[in-house]
Design a protein around this ligand. Structure first.
Ligand SMILES: [Mn+2]
Length: 219
């Protein structure tokens, strides 16, 4: 140690966090009511994965739990819909409301990593999800789900759900089936991969500070 230069003192000093370093919670609440459904979605992107999902569609609740748990998003989705007709309106409106809540929580998208990708296995199923908080809605979807129903859930509704999320989050989403045989496995792996990709995309990039992650300067 060179006392004259005070080198040890400099090296030993812990970094002092700036006074405003505590980020506000990236949370949002959206309530959406139509003649068909009444949906409330609240979320915190910087959560720990807690989930309260009550949509009246048990399999959809199970999938929302995947988004929360693997996305580390605290999620509360409550829906009352016209299930006496079928699950279509409620499924779609949950997707719309969740998409709006995601868009609200990321705000102008400053500081986020923007891109996310993950490949999730579930036994024989292997599903790849790539997404971009691009500000433009696009869905590419190649799940081949062999059964028409999982429990009471019509498997056609998986695409409808993601389409609603994409349109209202304004994101680009590619969901690609690499392998798969069991319908429940295929869909659940897709939601798990989506959750992890989502987590990656909305993560704050500390090197980006508060800048918008686009060469255009806007997303
Ligand atoms: Mn399952």
């Amino acid at each position: 140690m060179n006392d004259k230069l005070g080198i040890m003192e400099i090296i030993d000093r812990p970094p002092v966090p700036p006074a405003n370093s505590v980020q506000p919670a990236r949370a949002a609440l959206v309530k959406r009511t139509t003649l068909e459904t009444d949906v409330t979605a609240s979320l915190n992107l910087d959560g720990v994965g807690t989930c309260k999902a009550s949509t009246g569609i048990p399999f959809l609740d199970h999938m929302l739990q995947q988004i929360a748990s693997h996305g580390l998003i605290d999620l509360d989705v409550q829906a009352i819909g016209d299930l006496a007709i079928d699950d279509h309106h409620t499924n779609e409106d949950v997707g719309i409301t969740l998409g709006q809540a995601l868009a609200k929580a990321v705000g102008d998208r400053s500081g986020i990593s923007r891109f996310g990708h993950f490949i999730a296995p579930l036994d024989e199923a292997l599903i790849e999800v790539v997404l971009d908080f691009s500000g433009r809605p696009h869905l590419s979807y190649s799940l081949e789900i062999p059964n028409q129903r999982i429990g009471t859930y019509d498997t056609e509704l998986v695409r409808e759900f993601f389409s609603a999320v994409v349109n209202h989050t304004q994101m680009t989403l590619h969901i690609r089936q690499l392998q798969g045989g069991n319908s429940h496995h295929i869909v659940e792996a897709a939601f798990k991969a989506f959750a992890r990709a989502l987590r990656m995309a909305v993560e704050i990039d500390p090197r980006r500070a508060s800048g918008i992650p686009s060469s255009k300067g806007v997303l």
